[in-house]
Design a protein around this ligand. Structure first.
Ligand code: AP5
Length: 210
């Protein structure tokens, strides 16, 4: 299964990606997580990405595309992958299509999560993130997954959330029609409880996986 998740910030892509990646036995590749891991490690890539991320802007395509191109050469993608947070504009979608065409391994599906802005703002404002494992949580002092320290992401502050929503509408939403035209788009509501959303997504994806 070669799969892309798309949806507004805070729709629950990362939360659902964990379950979907486990269900289909494929690696979860989150460009946001790769940038944050590089930031934590103090690499050049992390330092380059930081100012864009903190403002809610996209990291330049030249940086992001090469990072994904490299990640898709790793052995663990031989049986598929789940891309979360990439592509994020039509230019990135075209680069991904070209990378996969070269390898003769096209996408099977693009799963779109949709959610109303009020719910997005509520989820992101309440979210805390683990410094160690990156897992999201709400209303706890320690990470429920690994016990690590939790913090509020710079881009989960109110003014940056607003900018991320604008960037999504202006730059990322156009990839929905791009993938609909390619016949790859599957849309699932991201409202409701986590387990029900996972079940809807797996049911929709099972039809393409056959
Ligand atoms: P990235 O990390 O990709 O952020 P994002 O797309 O804005 O997504 P989030 O991680 O904020 O949310 P999510 O949809 O994964 O939701 P989550 O599961 O955590 O990108 C960050 C930045 O990196 C970008 O702004 C950009 O600067 C840069 N970047 C990354 N990729 C790039 C690219 N391709 N090109 C250029 N720049 C790029 O859930 C949110 C909260 O809701 C959590 O607290 C969770 O517990 C809770 N929750 C989840 N599901 C439910 C539910 N069903 N009910 C109630 N609460 C729920």
């Amino acid at each position: 299964m070669r799969l892309v998740l798309v949806g507004p910030p805070g729709a629950g892509k990362g939360t659902q990606a964990q379950f979907l990646a486990a269900h289909f036995s494929i690696p979860h590749i989150s460009t946001g997580d790769i940038f944050r891991a590089n930031l934590k490690a103090g690499t050049d890539l992390g330092n380059q990405a930081k100012s864009y991320m903190d403002r809610g802007e996209l990291v330049p395509d030249s940086v992001t595309n090469e990072m994904v191109r490299d990640r898709l050469t790793h052995d663990d993608v031989a049986n598929g992958f789940l891309l979360d947070g990439f592509p994020r504009n039509v230019a990135q979608a075209e680069v991904l299509r070209a990378i996969l065409a070269d390898k003769k391994t096209p996408l099977h599906a693009v799963l779109e999560f949709s959610l109303a802005n009020e719910e997005i703002i509520a989820r992101l404002s309440a979210r805390r993130t683990c410094r160690d494992c990156g897992a999201p949580s709400v209303g706890v002092d320690k990470c429920p997954t690994c016990g690590g320290e939790v913090y509020q992401r710079e881009d989960d502050k109110a003014e940056v959330i607003a900018r991320r929503l604008e960037v999504y509408a202006e730059q990322t939403a156009p990839i929905i029609s791009f993938y609909r035209n390619e016949g790859l788009l599957i849309s699932v509501s991201a409202a409701g409880n986590v387990e029900d959303i996972t079940a809807s997504a797996i049911s929709a994806l099972s039809r393409v996986a056959q």
